[in-house]
Write a protein of this length. Sequence first.
Length: 76
Amino acid sequence: MAKAVNVQSVMKALPHLLNLPSKSFWIDYDDEADVLYVSFEKPQNADNSTMEDDAIIHYRKGEVVGITVLDASKRK
């Protein structure tokens, strides 16, 4: 069964989503691991990654191609 969509939360997020580095992006959430994956390129093919504030930033040729957020549900 699909979860109900909180439309107000999506609307609040819109300014942030529109400022992302790419107009196309993919979001996946693993609720068991509590990890959110944001990809700006499919496939990411990252050549470097850094850990910043419980997030792993993935780069290709110096450009951000994805973000992995650990303990995502705790970041409200």
